[in-house]
Write a protein that binds this ligand. Sequence first.
Ligand code: ACO
Length: 328
Amino acid sequence: MKHRKTKIVSTGSYIPETIISNLDLEKMVDTSDEWISTRTGIKKRHIAHEKEAASDLAYQASIKALKKAGISAKELDMIIVTTITPDMLFPATACVLQHMLGAKKIPAFDVEAACSGFIYGVSIASQFISNGTYETILVVASETLSKITDWEDRNTCVIFADGAGAGVLRPSEDESGIISIYLGADGEGADIVGVPAGGSRMPASIKTVEERQHYMKMKGNELFKRAVKVMVEAADKAIKEAGLTYKDIDFFIPHQANIRIIQAVAKRMSIPMDKVYVNLQECGNMSAASIAVALDQAIEEGKVKKGDKILFSCFGGGLTWGSMLIKW
Ligand code: ACO
């Protein structure tokens, strides 16, 4: 069996136009710009249009990534969408996207790993490329969290946002590419963040709607405590597997949940904040899309240079976590 190095050859992202600022939220729930800014670092977030679904955002991000890769959708061998806000329970948003893009009848499926979705998706895609099964795979993280956000719940509505980020993966022809990936999960924490109703445990009913059970519920403080520890532990594994230390890292792209989590994680890794990419002040927490969008923005802003070693670390509902180290 062949073992080939895999590379993210291009990225693309899409952020909806509509912005909700902290000042807007002050008018909606009992909160303040000061509380949100100091406790989370978030100043504003972008929200999808009423008629925009996850596949619409995914499509916009995908066509940018395909264009940058210089390929057409017809050249794709597989599509993976990672989302916790699919267009519908089924069919998969990846199938909807396959049709929108005009791709061939290639495999298309969704991966649900909450905020860890993009790293999970890239990891799966890289296996198919590494073992020689496929040449070109599109991984898209797309979230419309505004649709499952309770805009009357100040614990969650100040945090979440919408957006999509895509990556085209191919075999690497040089030294660049994925060096190591590590994934983890702990279902013991499954009740810490999630949407209780609408699945087989609590099917949709008038009662579930009246009780607002179709909106995201989150024990933020529980997540906060675990996030720092687990993001560092996950990154440790990717670093160790690569035989490197944090001193070797040129750029760190963490999941964008909370500036205090990011600062604490970077501090434990002894990575200075000028090497850390942060977009949550503008974009909020876009779950799976956060890391994918951040990578695309960092590239577009010229913050990532050829040969840089980029570390990613994430944590989210499930609970799930993961890390990835790549040479750009
Ligand atoms: N405005 C004002 N006060 C608020 C708000 C708000 N928006 N939200 C909560 N508070 C209040 C609480 O009610 C509480 O008041 P009390 O002491 O009178 O009970 C107080 O502020 C402190 O609440 P905490 O929850 O302890 O605040 P904390 O400092 O932990 O910050 C936050 C909350 C921002 C949610 C933080 O815990 C966090 O970022 N957690 C991590 C979230 C995360 O990582 N999510 C990723 C996974 S999500 C996914 O996978 C989709």
